[in-house]
Design a protein around this ligand. Sequence first.
Ligand code: ATP
Ligand code: MG
Length: 645
Amino acid sequence: RGQELSLEKLSQALCLCSDVDEQLKQLVSLFQFSENERKLRELLVTLLQEVFFEFFPGCEVLPFGSSVNSFEVHGCDLDLFLDLEHTKTFQASARKPQEEKQSEDKAAMDTLSEDKAALDTLSEDSILSDVDLESASASEILELIAAVLRQCVPGVHGVQALTSARLPVVKFQHKESLLQGDISINNRLAFCNTRLLQLYAEVDDRVRPLVYTLRYWAKQKELAGNPFGGGPLLNNYALTLLVLFFLQTRSPPVLPAVAQLKELADEGEKAIIDGWDCSFPKDSSKMEPSCNLENLRSLLAEFFHVFTDYDFASTVISLREGQAFPLKDILASETSSMLKLGALNIQDPFELSHNVAGNVNEKIALRFQSRCRDAAKYCRSLQYQRKSSKGKTWGLVRLFQRGDNTEISITEEGPAAGDGLVIYLPSPLLVLTEEQRRKLCGTEGVQQLCFQKVCTALRFVLQDVLKCSVSQDEDNENMANAEQAVLREEVPCVGAKRILAEEDSSVPDSKRPRLEAVSTREEKVSWHCTICHKVWLGRRKMRRELQRNAAPSLLQDVDSLQVEAEVTEAIRQQEHGSGPAQPLLMFRVCIVSAGAASQDCRTSLCFTPFQDPVALFQDFFHFLQVFLPKTVMKHIKKHGLNSSV
Ligand code: ATP
Ligand code: MG
């Protein structure tokens, strides 16, 4: 997810620029979507719109967040808001008694902007006839959306309704492009603040280069970018607001305050959402260009300078007013006094009672200031300001280097799924026939059996195929014990095993598992892994070469896992010969079963780097995203679900 480009390649491209301003602009070109990436997202939105419209007449699928807010990076997630307002109106009118209905139907239909013919298809057997959208809970609606995605949208997998998350969403992945999508239903404000960011990006062309640069800097310094929300780091939205606030407070300002924008909104642009005033113009051409003429190089240096000694804890940053207020003033105001105050207080531009940085703890806020201090100091050097004539790194490149702060804060808080990058593995049950699956689904211990098989296969792939060293996470003995129990088959997966054993007449009676009580808890283990070789680099080429050189007779019955292990070995030889290799990257993988409630037995793997001195984790993770699901499944298929571990 996110910045796929390695720091190495990025640095090469930036060093070719002629000055720092060009480097900032170049960063945008390197990270923004290509025409094809944009088209792909548009096509996916259109597909979803068409399918959902069948089930939720009048609904609208509206993209928001980084896909459309002008600050996209390759592979960023696709945030979607499914607007069901019109569907609710229609459903309410369809459910009214006939006589009331006839007079109101016309009015309701007129409010629907979409294809009326499609609305006529709403019949008794529609999915909507079972659910009243007005009274249904958000969880029920999200489950419904998940069901539609699973059953009716081609090319989509990994569908999961996260109904208890801070912002409940349905997650999915588009198979072909590996694009991760999130669908939410009560998110009109986010749709609106996305448009505000777009507008600011249009108003002044210094906004995008600065935001991209500061997002990347903050990510490199482990200050921002919680990949799945949660955790103590700044999220991209909060960081972007901080940059916009900085530009509002230059003298003269580069950007107007949100309150000033409101004055420019005409009648059609006035909007109140959830009680908050969200009026601002749609069109940036109404706005006067700024008289501020500072260049990008000095604005960036000033950003670091301003926030080095900023009193974050006793002020509230208000983009609405384009000023920072002392806490006591804020506490006196009725709406703002509801703000959850913390180490960093950035008031949402519309939802004034919301601190978008409320999750940031004191440690991260202090670290933010300290990294700003280092950066401000570096920005005063000639190395920042001028291109090196001796081919040394200069300008932004050194700002992005991790330097001596390679320690990664997020792992200090322990392995929480919210901190890492996640890969979903498909259910091992997929290796069975349709009939076997039907028999097994929902049986006692099927979850544990699947989990046990996935752990075994995963360990094999990491250890034997990719030559990582794998050990149990010492910080997490409970988890390790759980894994041991699973591997020793103490955890009862007997119901499922019995069915499989009955199917398999080769298993002697004495070996058939006994039927015991069944635990339905969520399974979870955590491993520490070290990798010493870039096993993802040049893999395809190496595989082709090995296959070309293999004797034709050997190719007939190839074990593809064996081939992959040989490919790794060849890469290892190429990198280091037979000499010893140093650890390149250390990471933790936390393996969690889909949970007792779920019937499909998928597993999530949460990867968190804890030593990554040369910033390889992103590249390695992207490789694993494709490699792991297929090789783990190959292992399970080869050994069967019923074999002993
Ligand atoms: P990326 O996905 O690249 O991290 P993003 O801007 O899409 O960037 P998300 O975390 O996916 O960030 O959030 C999507 C959108 O949800 C944001 O653009 C913003 O509109 C809204 N949002 C996110 N976090 C908050 C927050 N803390 N408060 C209010 N709105 C938020
Ligand atoms: Mg996003």
